[in-house]
Ligand binder design. Sequence first.
Ligand SMILES: NC(=O)c1ccc[n+]([C@@H]2O[C@H](COP(=O)([O-])OP(=O)(O)OC[C@H]3O[C@@H](n4cnc5c(N)ncnc54)[C@H](OP(=O)(O)O)[C@@H]3O)[C@@H](O)[C@H]2O)c1
Length: 255
Amino acid sequence: MSAPPYRLDGKVALVTGASRGLGRRFAQTLAGAGARVAATGRATELLDGLVGEIGEAGGTARAFPLDVTEAAGVRAAVAAVEETLGPIGILVNNSGIAITKPFLKFEESDWDRVMDTNLKGAWLVAREVAERMVAHARGGKIINIASIGASVALGQLSAYCVSKAGIAHLTRTMAVELARYDIQVNAIAPGYVETDMNRDFFATSGGKDLIRRAVPQRRLGQPEDLDGALMLLASDASRFMTGSIIAVDGGHSIA
Ligand SMILES: NC(=O)c1ccc[n+]([C@@H]2O[C@H](COP(=O)([O-])OP(=O)(O)OC[C@H]3O[C@@H](n4cnc5c(N)ncnc54)[C@H](OP(=O)(O)O)[C@@H]3O)[C@@H](O)[C@H]2O)c1
């Protein structure tokens, strides 16, 4: 019997928003599976710390400053990654922000910040990387990070939910167009997972109550709960999957 095809030796993986939270874990997991990882984001000190940790654990990673809202910067950073590490085979489009405010209080600038980061930013990075994947003619894996908010209307998160619904459909539209180049485009839709984005709220009694009421598995997710979906979508195990949105949410979206 052959071993499951989960090793990523020889692959280059770019992770956006690797400085914290889920992106940090994604970078560690991909490096642990043998990929050379480009850890990107704006907080360069945090990225340098992550790269050091990955190196100490026997993996390979490099830090690259990248603000997903700046098109010229995206182009330059992706070029720098390929010059340093080689052709990108895996992209994890993870950068994202949430602004929590009632719909009636939402300002135009709030809307623009969320959309520019979560939707336009993901599109800019995906377009840049996909163009290079096509040119290299080696196929590739693009993994967009959506959210339970793509399918469930979460209170006080209107722009966030719309941006993530956009990510889910961007995933499908890209999947259709890029299939002919052997590029698979899929998404992970996490439920509530403990990170800087939500730690304070889930420590409150309101946050704990929400988890008990809304999540059938009755617990808050941890970044490592996404390892399985990430490795499926990053590896050859998902070779006949494209345009899929995988919920990893303790049952939240079906309850
Ligand atoms: N945690 C959850 O419960 C949950 C659930 C569903 C979906 N998600 C999604 O998962 C992703 C990661 O969330 P998280 O919980 O890990 O959040 P987090 O801890 O707040 O981390 C967000 C990451 O996004 C990066 N980022 C923000 N703005 C950026 C920009 N303009 N350019 C580049 N990077 C930027 C940040 O890096 P820098 O500050 O260094 O730029 C940071 O590394 C997001 O897309 C989020 O919507 C999270």
